[in-house]
Design a protein around this ligand. Structure first.
Ligand code: GDP
Ligand code: MG
Length: 163
């Protein structure tokens, strides 16, 4: 019954790093389904006494360079279907890519809340890297560093605001 929050985005942007940071030690579900990578993909997360199920969509299918684009489309569509709220992660070091635009195109069509998280903003000096991502048409980006646990509180505040 808990709201489902899906983490989507192209490979290597830091989805699993974010997932693991948010999951912390509070993981209570480990999915072990054939075809699913062995990374855990579901976690129960609590923030401000509100609980939600977090899904790392990058763990749903194995990496395969040939089909990455279609795989991402599938992940995005799956997330749109099953999630109540979507966290779309992009890479603030790499900048905006065509693949980000592909995923954004799908996400813009949903009425569900989509939170755009520009990851790898590891210091305040890198804040300027977020501006290119306004072009995705998904509102104000959240600058985060999953590695350094920066900006995650504001992102979680917005997640639970949408319940
Ligand atoms: P995924 O493929 O989207 O799940 O990405 P991963 O979580 O596996 O991360 C991909 C790479 O980005 C790894 O080398 C991470 O250590 C790195 N990474 C993730 N988050 C950050 C971050 O906030 N800052 C930096 N500098 N690197 C990060
Ligand atoms: Mg991953």
């Amino acid at each position: 019954n808990r709201p489902i929050v899906a983490v989507v985005g192209r490979p290597n942007v830091g989805k699993s790093t974010l997932f693991n940071k948010l999951a912390g030690k509070r993981i209570s579900i480990v999915e072990d389904t054939p075809g699913v990578t062995r990374d855990r993909i579901f976690a129960e997360v609590e923030w401000l006494n509100k609980y939600f199920t977090l899904i790392d969509t990058g763990g749903i299918e194995k990496d395969n360079g040939d089909v990455i684009l279609s795989q991402m489309r599938n992940q995005a569509m799956l997330a749109v279907d099953m999630a109540h709220i979507i966290i779309f992660v992009v890479d603030g070091k790499a900048g905006l890519t065509a693949a980000d635009k592909e995923v954004a195109q799908i996400l813009r069509k949903t009425n569900k809340p989509v939170l755009l998280a520009v990851n790898k903003i590891d210091s305040i000096n890198q804040m300027d890297n977020i501006y290119d991502f306004y072009e995705l048409g998904l509102g104000n980006p959240y600058a985060i560093s999953s590695a350094n646990s920066m900006g995650l509180g504001d992102l979680l505040d917005e997640v639970v605001e949408n319940f």
